[in-house]
Every structure is written in structure tokens, then in C-alpha cells.
Design a protein around this ligand. Structure first.
Ligand code: F6P
Length: 192
């Protein structure tokens, strides 16, 4: 039976600086995760053949660098576009755009960043990715927090509106085994 593996990219420079969005490279710790990932995947998947899907952003490709599987980039796997807030910290957003900050807090699923996207928008753009996933064998998806929350909610049969609150920590490989009665989940935390 097939498996779907999910991972966020390793910790990025922007993660360290608590900035959202952008296209930064990995931090030293994030690089360690990218070096550890082949072993983590092998421990859980053994010798099965995998295809790695990444976004088009540098931090996901860097995270996939040490993996020797076939790789495919999807623009549809890029992080939720934060529009005018891209590159800011949550604190900066709260100070500069208090109304937006409040609106997002009140309805995180529907809130669309000015010039950017909402979680709902991400769910819609992920439809072709999920369709293709259904046709494929074993896939490892290396992408971003908001995108993974939506994919995870889909496979866990959680209403899409609850996607923004799924817990998808850094440096953790999530193994999904879709079954007739529900999806089996295993979380493998990297020791770094
Ligand atoms: O901080 C990392 C990040 O992936 C940002 O790029 C993105 O805007 C955010 O997480 C999504 O999380 P939330 O919806 O909780 O703000």
C-alpha cells in the first residue's frame, strides 16, 4: 500500500527572524535537517521508490538537495502568498495594519492578505496537486506550513475550514497511509 510523506522545509533564515513569506535560504539548523532527511526517509520507507515534490521556492529545494530520488517542482505548492505583508513579522503587521491583523484573527480561513491569498485560496489551488497525488504511488512532499496544513486536513478528513489550526511542526516527517477506514499517521521527529 502506498504512502504519502509530508515535510516542511528545514528552518529558514526568515523562520529565525520570524518573518513570513519571502524566498530565503535555510539556516544552519535547517541545513542539518536537510542532511538528516535521507536517513529519516530511509528508516521509514526502506528501499521503496519515491518521487519528491517541492515548491518553486529555494528553501524547499535546498531541503530536498541530499535526497537522491526523482524530483518535481510545483508552483501550486508555494507558500500562502502574504501580499503586502510578505517579509514582515506578525508584530510588524499588527502595528502597521491593525485592521488586517484583527480580521485575520477573526477568520483565519477566509482572510485574504491584500494582494495575496487566503487559506481558502490555497485549498483551491491545491486541487490539481491532490488529484495527481491520488493517481501516484509513493510521494514525499516538501513544502510550507500553510500548504501542508491544507493537505493534511484533506487526508485526515478534517473540514477544510479547520486547516489553519493543524499542527505541522518544523523538522518532522509525517507519514500518511490512506486506508479505507481513514488515514494512519506516523510522525517522525528529527533529532537535530
Ligand atoms: O512563518 C512561516 C510561514 O510558512 C509563513 O511563510 C506563512 O505566512 C505562515 O507560516 C503561515 O502560517 P499562519 O497561517 O499561521 O500565519
Amino acid at each position: 500500500p502506498r504512502c504519502i510523506y509530508l515535510s516542511r522545509h528545514g528552518e529558514s533564515i526568515y523562520n529565525v527572524e520570524q518573518k513570513i513569506g519571502g524566498d530565503s535560504l535555510l539556516s544552519p539548523r535547517g541545513l542539518k535537517y536537510s542532511q538528516k532527511l535521507p536517513e529519516l526517509v530511509r528508516e521509514s520507507a526502506g528501499d521503496v521508490d519515491l518521487t519528491v515534490w517541492t515548491s518553486t521556492l529555494k528553501r524547499t529545494q535546498q531541503t530536498a538537495e541530499c535526497l537522491s530520488y526523482r524530483k518535481l517542482q510545483w508552483k501550486a505548492l508555494d507558500e500562502l502568498d502574504a501580499g503586502i505583508c510578505d517579509g514582515m513579522t506578525y508584530e510588524e503587521i499588527e502595528n502597521k495594519y491593525p485592521e488586517d491583523f484583527k480580521a485575520r484573527d477573526e477568520d483565519k480561513y477566509e482572510y485574504r492578505y491584500r494582494g495575496g491569498e487566503s487559506y481558502r485560496d490555497v485549498v483551491i489551488r491545491l486541487e490539481p496537486v491532490i488529484m495527481e497525488l491520488e493517481r501516484q504511488e509513493n510521494i514525499l512532499i516538501i513544502t510550507h506550513q500553510a500548504v501542508l496544513r491544507c493537505i493534511y486536513a484533506y487526508y485526515m478528513n478534517v473540514p477544510q475550514e479547520e486547516s489553519p489550526w493543524m499542527s505541522i511542526p518544523l523538522h518532522t516527517l509525517i507519514k500518511l497511509e490512506p486506508r479505507a477506514y481513514g488515514t494512519k499517521v506516523t510522525r517522525i521527529k528529527a533529532n537535530i
